[in-house]
Ligand binder design. Sequence first.
Ligand SMILES: [Zn+2]
Length: 74
Amino acid sequence: MTTPPSTTDRTPSNKTVLYCFDCGHESPSDGDWTVRPTTDGDRYDCPECGTTITVRPTETTRGPDQQTTSCYCT
Ligand SMILES: [Zn+2]
């Protein structure tokens, strides 16, 4: 019998699992957390106890004062 060398039993997920340090609730970062956009970024609150787990800075900085710098790298 020929068995394929690569065993694809489960793809390792790159998802970050967040844990609530208060009630122990755990879920991936795109799971059932209550995400609220704040000025600092997206705030992740626990859906069970409401504890703020983390704040992730938004990738796109909004605001007109963000200067567009010319890139000279060639
Ligand atoms: Zn919690």
